[in-house]
Design a protein around this ligand. Structure first.
Ligand code: ZN
Length: 821
């Protein structure tokens, strides 16, 4: 293996040798046990080998390789171990050589050093597969899967040829002998079935996944990977293309979080980053391994299983107290996007619609994009919604909301009403929804960010439900935007995070303005205000972070490169600090804002729709976007714009882009924003109040303060945060005037900063509450509590950390602990 990594370092290794074999479909069959905090079951992986998929991408060299593919061998009988011999009696057609193969194959696996679970369970990594390579004169092919913290129990080759009816998939002449080649041929035919047969295909994947084993395979694990080989199989072509892995997760595995929800009931959910799903199931993590999947998950009947799946699954009662849920997807996506959550959540349904609810679907003007592109797609084949005229005009896709019982009311009040207008807004800006449905789950308090988007499911933090609908709406729009940027169009190299976060941040304002049906002038004002807030944040972050972490394309010209086997490392992928940095969101946002302003919104968004149409269902690098953009805009609008310039100014340097400064962005920031004059008045009023001598303070009530929107309030508090001193009565009036502790989490965050900065003790309870209920945002506050060197504040920080650290997400614990101790 080319990449030797010290797991304590910052980079995340992607080990899977996707250049040799590429997974096309996963069938998961899992059982969730909350007692032991273990998910146990099997995963069956269906592969294409390198020569095949490279052939499909029309490389002549590889085609030759395939043509000379004589390397096929019969499997070596002495290594086959078939535990389910009886199953073979149902076998009919000419599989005689198979049956012979069954005989006399004693369990030689142990003496061959197979199934080394004891070793790997105790963390000792061995390399036993090396021991008999010399016997063959040539090394066996090694399939490498990304895997971490899993107890692998068994790896076996699946006898897909044993599935009744499977002979339909192969030409009759090939049915004479059962061999590795035949089985692989069957898998090949199955994974390449035309998209119209997706239902039949899913069905056969399940049947194959349950087929008997035709031999166990050697395996070994180390920190980051599972390595599998079959004696005598020297190339990927000879290697079994359908393998079944029996395994268990470990309670400490980092892909899932076992915790309890806000109603105190147990639940488990996938984390996304930093290590994605490799501690949930062995997989090929590199995004290039785009695959479909289906999963059957069993849990106690009181639990709801939510998952990335096209179908809105309902439970099937298995036996008393246990039910099973089945989900599937037909659109190939990277395994990292797979998401699951199991808990005692309730589905939130509307109380009762009232006529002026946002819920009422408004007649949105039909956008010109609606039907124009129907029929043409450039991705690999799958049943795509862009090709379905009915789907392209669906503004609001079916959606469900799940939450712990205690948050049902607030979800009805806020979230449920926002969903239709936000979905509809996204449709009117970008066209067809790439996915057919959406579940939203309010995740437990320890969720480490405000939201996370996965195919068919969005996680939202409870922090988004506080205050009015503003924070919830903007966040929802952000996550919905990821459906296009991040999911339907993925980054080929994960270091280019801006390709999803920059786009989602830029689009959230556009969607949100549309969802609120703001007049153009109001929409512009809101967008400018948000630009201003983001500029503050970006400037602060650039001051306080290492330069190399401010670069959006850190691998520069090596971006997207992988080793010969397909392995690579994701720069800073494991750095816990990175989770708390927003530079990819913010600089990415400013780049897109800059481009959109340069071209004019109309041109930009019409281009964006074209871009979505061309690249959905595919992976991209920065240059794919920039090149297409520059090709599509009139020359007079881009005299000094080139891909190289944009790389240099925006993507490959630290700090604030030069172009941005030329654009006057810096000025907008340093002088208070000219577009929010009312607010400047408010700041002045507060300063006046603060400077008034004590005895005249009683007249404070006479000052009349304007009502402020949440973003305006945040900006006001940010201004006030720059003041050296704010008197206690000023803080008191401030809080009373705006009911700060009832505002949304963004506002309360600034309020807590003010409390900490001015040691405003009578409001310390607001800080305590924030640290417990808004854990995704509270991390920064710990730092502020500690730097003051005030004993009481430090005590408060430590006390709150003690209360939440057991539940808190791992990288937050790491970062906070460093601040506190
Ligand atoms: Zn398509």
């Amino acid at each position: 293996m080319e990449i030797k990594l010290d797991p304590s370092r910052d980079d995340l290794p992607l080990m899977a040798n996707t250049s040799h074999m590429l997974v096309k479909h996963y069938v998961l069959d899992l059982e969730v046990d909350f007692e032991s905090r273990i998910i146990e079951g099997t995963i069956v992986l269906f592969f294409e080998d390198g020569s095949r998929f490279r052939k499909q991408t029309s490389s002549t060299k590889e085609t030759c390789q395939l043509a000379s593919n004589k390397a096929y061998k019969f499997r070596t009988p002495e290594l086959c171990h078939i535990p389910v011999t009886n199953a073979r009696t149902t076998f009919n057609v000419g599989y005689s050589d198979f049956v012979i193969c069954d005989k006399g194959e004693e369990d030689t696996s142990d003496k061959d050093g197979n199934h080394d679970n004891q070793e790997q369970a105790s963390g000792i990594s061995s390399s036993k597969y090396c021991c008999d390579t010399e016997n063959h004169g040539r090394e066996d092919f090694l399939l490498v899967l990304d895997c971490c913290d899993l107890s692998v129990l068994k790896v076996e080759e699946v006898d897909v040829a044993a599935v009744p009816g499977i002979e339909k998939f192969i030409r009759p002449s090939k049915l004479t002998t059962v061999s590795e080649e035949l089985r692989n041929e069957i898998v090949h035919e199955l994974v390449t079935l035309p998209a119209v047969h997706w239902r039949k295909q899913l069905d056969y994947f399940v049947r194959c996944s349950q087929a008997p084993s035709c031999g166990e395979l050697f395996f070994d694990t180390d920190t980051w990977s599972l390595q599998i080989r079959k004696t005598g199989a020297q190339t990927a072509t000879d290697f079994p293309h359908a393998i079944r892995i029996s395994y268990k997760t470990k309670p400490e595995g980092q892909s899932v979080t076992w915790t309890s929800d806000q109603s105190g009931r147990p639940c488990v959910y996938t984390m996304g980053s930093p290590i994605n799903n490799r501690a949930l199931f062995p997989c090929q993590e590199p995004p290039v391994a785009m695959s479909t999947w289906q999963a059957t998950v069993r849990a106690a009947a009181s639990f709801v299983v939510l998952m990335s799946g096209e179908n809105s699954a309902k439970p099937t009662q298995l036996h008393e107290g246990c039910s099973s849920w089945h989900y599937y997807v037909t659109m190939p996506m990277p395994a990292s996007t797979f998401t699951i959550a199991v808990g005692c959540w309730t589905e939130v349904v509307p109380k009762k619609w009232s006529s002026n609810d946002l819920m009422i679907e408004r007649p949105f003007p039909l956008s010109e994009t609606d039907c124009r592109y129907v029929g043409v797609c450039s991705h690999m084949e799958y049943p795509c919604r862009f090709q379905n005229a009915a789907a392209t005009t669906q503004k609001v896709i079916p959606h469900r909301v799940f939450a712990p019982g205690c948050l049902k009311g607030v979800c009805q009040e806020i979230l449920l009403r926002l969903l239709p207008p936000c979905l509809s807004a996204a449709h009117s800006v970008l066209g067809s929804h790439p996915f057919s449905r959406l579940d939203i789950l309010i995740v437990p308090a320890n969720f480490s960010s405000l939201g996370m988007a996965s195919p068919h499911i969005i996680f939202l933090s409870q922090s988004t439900l506080t205050g009015r609908s503003h924070l919830c709406g903007t966040r929802l729009c952000h996550e919905i935007a990821h459906t296009w940027f991040g999911l339907a169009i993925g980054a080929r190299d994960w270091t280019e995070e801006w390709l999803s976060e920059g786009f989602a941040t830029h689009l959230e304002d556009v969607f949100w303005a549309e969802a609120q049906q703001l007049a153009p002038h109001d929409a512009e004002e809101q967008r400018e205000l948000r630009a201003c807030l983001r500029w503050h944040r970006l400037r602060d972050e650039l001051r306080n972070s290492p330069e190399e972490m401010q670069v959006l394309r850190p691998s520069k010209e090596k971006t997207g490169h992988v080793s010969d086997s397909g392995a690579s490392v994701v720069k800073h992928g494991l750095n816990p600090e990175k989770n708390f940095m927003q530079v990819h969101y913010l600089k990415g946002y400013f780049l897109l804002r800059f481009l959109a302003r340069r071209l004019g919104d109309k041109t930009y968004f019409s281009f964006l729709r074209k871009f979505v149409h061309k690249f959905h269902g595919q992976l991209i690098l920065s240059q794919d976007f920039l090149q297409m953009l520059l090709e599509n805009i009139p020359e007079e609008k881009r005299p000094d714009l080139s891909v190289e310039n944009i790389f240099q100014d925006w993507l490959e340097s630290s700090g604030i882009p030069k172009v941005g400064q030329q654009l006057g962005l810096e000025r907008t920031l340093n002088e208070r924003p000219t577009f929010s004059l009312p607010q400047r008045d408010e700041v002045t009023k507060w300063m006046r109040l603060n400077q008034r001598p004590r005895k005249r303070r009683r007249r404070e009530e006479e000052e009349v303060f304007e009502k402020l929107l949440p973003d305006q309030l945040v900006l006001l508090l940010e201004h006030l945060l720059e003041e050296k001193t704010l008197s206690r009565p000023t803080l008191q009036t401030l809080q009373r005037t705006y009911c700060l502790h009832e505002q949304d989490a963004e506002v309360r965050h600034r309020w807590c900063e003010l409390i900490v900065k001015h040691k405003y003790r009578s409001a310390y309870r607001h800080v305590e509450q924030f640290l417990q209920e808004d854990q995704a945002m509270g991390v920064y506050l710990y730092g502020e509590l500690m730097v003051s060197e005030d004993a009481r504040q430090q005590q408060l920080a430590r006390r709150c950390f003690e209360l939440v650290k057991e539940q808190m997400d791992r990288s937050s614990v790491e970062v906070v602990a460093e601040m506190l101790f």
